[in-house]
Design a protein around this ligand. Structure first.
Ligand code: GRF
Length: 210
């Protein structure tokens, strides 16, 4: 059973709360294994999390994501036999050759309701500040396939949270992170198994899957 497990690589370079959540979610599973953490910051806290879960880590630099470079692609497809890539707080653009190698097998999570507040430079607290500056009445998460443009791949799933005029960006971040932790692993689980992203994951007031 173990040898036929689907193998995930998580790309993350930040705090790693989503990476931790996904590692914990799949840690007792035989059909899915988090097999690699790819990170571009040698001092990122997420590396410690991977070590705690005994997951191998790969530190990359800019040359690894330059179009046409093959060592990262080779490591993913051959050395680690990766089936599925999750971006969870990874800010560099993924080269088209790598995207092409993982069609419908590379997924990102973004902390807003795309297409709102996405694109290059929109990450972390900048997203929530933009939500507050635009006086949005709701925000949420978008889980989407990755293509060669920032935050533009096909949407798989969105979930919403209310934003009140009194909310600070930090408060919006807290609500959004709660959604990320609640839904990201389960949505990935369904996608990896070719199952529809079930409405059972959604409270009745929230958006239905795409
Ligand atoms: C999350 O908000 C995710 O949506 C975005 O990057 C952030 C990563 O947070 N892509 P963490 O490092 O998992 O806490």
């Amino acid at each position: 059973m173990q040898s036929s497990a689907k193998r995930i690589a998580i790309f993350a370079s930040g705090t790693g709360s989503n990476a931790r959540n996904i590692m914990a979610y799949f840690s007792t599973r035989e059909d899915v294994r988090v097999a690699l953490l790819v990170c571009n910051k040698p001092d990122a806290p997420v590396l410690r999390i991977a070590h705690d879960f005994s997951i191998p880590t790969l530190i990359i630099d800019r040359s690894d994501v330059q179009e046409g470079n093959t060592p990262l692609l080779h490591a993913l497809t051959h050395t680690y036999a990766i089936d599925f890539i999750l971006l969870a707080g990874f800010l560099w653009k993924i080269p088209a050759t790598l995207v092409a190698q993982f069609p419908k097998r590379m997924v990102n999570i973004h902390p807003s309701l795309l297409p709102l507040h996405g694109g290059k430079g929109m990450y972390g607290m900048r997203v929530h500040e933009a939500v507050c500056a635009a006086a949005e009445r709701e925000s949420g998460i978008t889980i989407h396939y990755v293509n060669e443009h920032y935050d533009e791949g096909a949407v798989i799933f969105q979930a919403r949270c209310p934003v009140s005029p009194d909310d600070s960006p930090g408060e919006v971040a807290r609500k959004v992170q709660e959604l990320e932790h609640r839904f990201f692993p389960r949505v990935i689980d369904a996608v990896m198994h070719g199952q529809p992203v079930s409405a059972e994951y959604l409270p009745s007031h929230q958006s239905r899957p795409a």
